[in-house]
Design a protein around this ligand. Structure first.
Ligand code: MN
Length: 228
């Protein structure tokens, strides 16, 4: 978006951080920074600058004290950018994912894991337990449905390839069941199974994560879905 569109959006919302490109049409990043400084509400809003060319130290100092970092395009990939943002938002000493209270009105947040591979199950279960979630487990789709009906989990992690009943079929049935159909379901897909991501979404999964599951990615994704 352009500088003036960006400024309009900044004014309309309560933000934690702005990523600001210095070179934009109609109003450049310098002008946006200047406008932010004029506003009492916005002058302390943290900004990270994105720039195509390296800035000199003098140029960096001239950016203002609300500028918390400068990212040079091409020097940083997507995951590094996310790491920088996380580090800023949650602090260097914290892990890269946000920690949210794990206690909802009725007690700890409940997560159901449906996974037929024992080693995957252990890894996921330990990751979730150590973070404070209440964990329920199933080893096939039918069991997942039964436990979901009984426990009403806040979120389901669903392996797609399982015996007896696949994750695809279990998800379809959950989406047709009153009281269960709004539960976020994150599909666990095998990288080797091409097209499983799309099939999982088509079956009604909210999102997917490809295996092998990395604990940080898993926790981050869960937090995202628990916010809704
Ligand atoms: Mn499986």
């Amino acid at each position: 978006m352009s500088g003036s569109e960006g400024l309009e959006r900044i004014r309309g919302e309560v933000l934690d951080l702005v990523l600001l490109d210095l070179r934009m049409p109609d109003m450049d990043g310098y002008k946006v920074l200047e406008e932010l400084q004029k506003s009492d509400d916005l002058k302390d809003l943290p900004v990270m600058i994105i720039t195509a060319a390296d800035l000199t130290e003098t140029e960096k100092r001239a950016l203002g004290k609300n500028v918390k970092g400068v990212i040079t395009k091409g020097r940083i990939d997507r995951s590094e950018l996310l790491a920088r943002i996380n580090k800023f938002l949650y602090g260097p000493e914290r892990t890269a994912y946000p920690r949210m209270p794990k206690v909802s009105a009725g007690g700890p947040v409940k997560i159901l894991i449906a996974e037929d591979r024992h080693d995957n199950m252990i890894l996921i279960k330990e990751t979730l337990r150590s973070t404070g979630y209440a964990v329920y487990t199933a080893t096939n789709g039918q069991e997942a449905i039964d436990i979901a009906e009984k426990e009403r989990p806040d979120l389901i992690l669903m392996d797609m390839q399982m015996p007896v009943m696949s994750g695809f079929e279990a998800t379809r049935q959950i989406r047709e069941t009153e009281g269960l159909k709004d539960i976020p379901i994150i599909a666990l897909t095998a990288r080797a199974m091409k097209g499983d991501e799309e099939k999982a979404l088509a079956a009604g999964c909210s999102d997917y994560l490809s295996k092998p599951v990395m604990p940080k990615d898993l926790l981050r994704k869960i937090e995202v879905w628990l916010r809704y």
